[in-house]
Design a protein around this ligand. Structure first.
Ligand code: SF4
Ligand code: F3S
Length: 108
């Protein structure tokens, strides 16, 4: 499956959700994840993300490996619901889009 990584946190642009043929995306307060059991590896979401947050699990950079587990766990969270249409990014997205290592800010 494909995996949403650190760059998405506190930005949540949501362009990715409009193209997913399987409605894989689940939404939390300041991050999205992909439900791994639903993803068919089409890769259509990858070029839609303006911050390059989405990777094939097999191509995850080393420092992003832990996001495979995070996507799987949060996709099963009862409060993380499907999102299938894009919405406005988070208000502070411009300030956070180039910040690295935002995991400490992930709200669950
Ligand atoms: Fe959806 Fe395809 Fe992206 Fe998987 S790779 S989340 S199926 S758009
Ligand atoms: Fe996140 Fe990029 Fe989608 S910032 S919400 S993975 S378009």
């Amino acid at each position: 499956p494909f995996v949403v990584t650190d760059s998405c946190i506190r930005c949540k642009y949501t362009d990715c959700v409009d193209v997913c043929p399987m409605d894989c995306f689940r939404q939390g307060p300041n991050f999205l994840v992909i439900a791994p059991e639903d993803c068919i590896d089409c890769s259509m979401c990858v070029p839609e993300c303006p911050v390059g947050a989405i990777y094939n699990e097999t191509d995850l950079p080393g420092e992003q490996r832990h996001f495979a587990e995070i996507n799987a766990r949060l996709a099963a969270h009862p409060d993380w619901k499907p999102i299938t249409r894009s919405q406005a990014p988070l208000p502070d997205h411009e300030a956070w889009r180039d910040v690295a290592n935002k995991l400490e800010f992930l709200e669950q």
